[in-house]
Design a protein around this ligand. Sequence first.
Ligand SMILES: Cc1cc2nc3c(=O)[nH]c(=O)nc-3n(C[C@H](O)[C@H](O)[C@H](O)COP(=O)(O)OP(=O)(O)OC[C@H]3O[C@@H](n4cnc5c(N)ncnc54)[C@H](O)[C@@H]3O)c2cc1C
Length: 408
Amino acid sequence: MPAQRVVVIGGGITGALCAWELQRAGHAVTLLEARHIGAGSSSRTAAGIRQQFSTPETVLGMRYSVDLYRRFPELVGGERSPLVQNGYLFLLEGDPAWEAAAGRVQVQRAVGLAEVELLRPQETVERFPWVDGERISGATWCPTDGFLRPEIVYNDALEAARRDGAAIHQGAEVDAARHQGGRIQAVQARGQWFEGDLFIDATNAWSPRLGRLLRATDLPIAPLKRYLWFLERGEAMDPATLQAMPLVITPPGAYCRPENAGSLMAGFAHPAEPEPDFDYDDQDRVEPAFFHRAGAEGKAVEAWLALAAYLPAVGEFAGITATTCGYYGTTPDHNPFLGFDPVVPNLLRLVGFSGHGAMFGPFSAAVALALVEAGHDLPEIRVLGRSASLAPFRLDRPLSGHGERMVI
Ligand SMILES: Cc1cc2nc3c(=O)[nH]c(=O)nc-3n(C[C@H](O)[C@H](O)[C@H](O)COP(=O)(O)OP(=O)(O)OC[C@H]3O[C@@H](n4cnc5c(N)ncnc54)[C@H](O)[C@@H]3O)c2cc1C
């Protein structure tokens, strides 16, 4: 297919990596971002990146993402690496959890994640002495997982795209569209029309609204509030140990990872009502129960106690110093939608990342490039010398709830 004029809507990790990938492949990219680059969830994320998923497609996709993020400075021509490979440690409690984890490790190894390990309690404590070995039946450990510095991803990818000739517009909210024969011909932002052959929806939690504006398929994406808290280091853990900690997931789902040598970032999912009409300012609105000074009954202390039950040294930390928050764009099966819109054939949707959009970024961009060049959906793409089926990510897949099981 000849070079396409591609208009990317949304300037978070997904939009930035797509713009960079498509522009360097020879397409002419225009990116339109309503506020500033990173104004959405991409600047409010824990940015964990793991290959320990439950389906072959996602494990393979995330292996591709880790590989690209590892080579990111060399590929984008930047100085900084966004990838901190401290590993991911899933703690397990009870025999059923151990058996399920053993099954997942088999799936993960079968698609090339050779370095993932299933550890007994004693092995876990030998490697990670800050874990309470009495509480767990074991752990899974992958040393090449870790977390990202998201601002490096979207800023450096877009700088590279701009150098290659992409046009990046900030303060450019798409608020109207012109159609011809069922296809989008142009979108409008700040009074100016931008024509394209292809349009990419990279607005994630905003996607249902943009979809209505573009007369596209109504995708079931629920904007759900998620919080992060920052705990100040205590005497029970030295700075070097804190800084080297992996991202740890405890059995109830409370998780943490180092922000730096003095601070631990923590999160804990909670039941939340979808907020389909959220505004930009709502992203930072902290409900009183979730504020870190809410006291012993508050959600921050609940998360801290859930961590401390498995990581006693964290229970000795000095206190909780800050709260941040943002939205997940959650789908019923926790897999994203990566594909052409069934109603608007020149609209590619890359949305609904639930808690996984930062890690999906490079894989989403690889899918975008393959589909843009094909001009239609594909059953699979090749990454790292293997085929990754795109069936779990199609827009018209059955949303039976049998999707990704490794959800945080
Ligand atoms: C607390 C929290 C923890 C998380 N932890 C993780 C994690 O550990 N690992 C992980 O991989 N993911 C995690 N996520 C999810 C991840 O952050 C998101 O999935 C990811 O950032 C989505 O990136 P995006 O570029 O698709 O969307 P966003 O970063 O939200 O960007 C969408 C952009 O679209 C713009 N936009 C919207 N409407 C329009 C319009 N009409 N015109 C132009 N622009 C528009 C917005 O301004 C926004 O900048 C977490 C999220 C939260 C909130």
